[in-house]
Write a protein that binds this ligand. Sequence first.
Ligand code: SF4
Length: 340
Amino acid sequence: MFIPNRVLLEKESLDYPLGKELYDRFRNDSEVEIIKLTSNKINQYIPGEDMYKKYREGKKTLVVGTKKSLKFQSCKPSAHYQLPLVSGCMGQCEYCYLNTQLGDKPFVRVHVNVDDILNQAKKYIDARKPEITIFEGAATSDPIPVEPYTNSLKKAIEYFGKEEFARFRFVTKYNDVDSLIDAKHNGHTEVRFSINTDKIIKEYEHYTAGVKRRIEAAAKLADSGYPIGFIIAPVFIYDNWKEDYRELIDMLYTILPKDIDKPIGFEVISHRYTTKAKNTILQVFPETTLPMNDEERKYKYGQFGYGKFVYTKEELQDMKDFFQLEIDSKFKNKNIKYII
Ligand code: SF4
């Protein structure tokens, strides 16, 4: 569970019941510093003179605010819109995409005007119906660690459960899903778990749940009828990588219930990085052992000059064949969305 060192409250947040509830909860905790903000200058309250320290202190900072602009960001290709309940994450994964996306805002931010956000979602749903509109709840966050404080995910799950023309999805590296088990989801929310081998999690995914716990959490949600999926990412090629990833897929097979009636989603993504991400990672994790030697990778040109360093064509083909075979051999009722 996320235990912040400091909680910063934006003024308007106290106009909402959830804002007041969070204020009451933390002000009685002598370990937590409470700051009522008078402006939106959040960074000045996060100690640390450089990115290394700011990152670590930011990760222990909870900002309680409201979502002011209710124009949702698009979220292609996996969903139509981001659902902006939370941004940031307590985890410290070295390759996290948030390191570059939220580099100067490493704090966790929750929005307490949840009803306004869901009412806005309704407008997007109505504008597209009878087409289904998909909302992504983890585009700029991992929403699970703050869920015990806000219960916003559960509220969103139940909201979308009643919407015929909407679907909700989010992804997590955590296991604290018990409060979601009895939510009336109506099969409209897909929960995906990002998983990796033990070695990779221990080395790079600091302050996240272990892989077995994540899979056990997925099993509980599958038992409650949620569609579930797994993102195996980022996949690294290292000594014995095939043995380790085979063990991971075996573990999935062993722990998951055998009678899941909805296809299990699989997305497999190889490790890649941009020069911008590499530079940020080296500032925040100067001792990182992440394989980011440009000479060993193929440069893949991207849009707007943001090319990526990816594994070579042969390595990627090997990876593709390997995962296709391993997943096929274990799971009948599955949907391999992509292996890239
Ligand atoms: Fe980033 Fe996900 Fe790790 Fe959080 S758990 S730091 S969102 S990769």
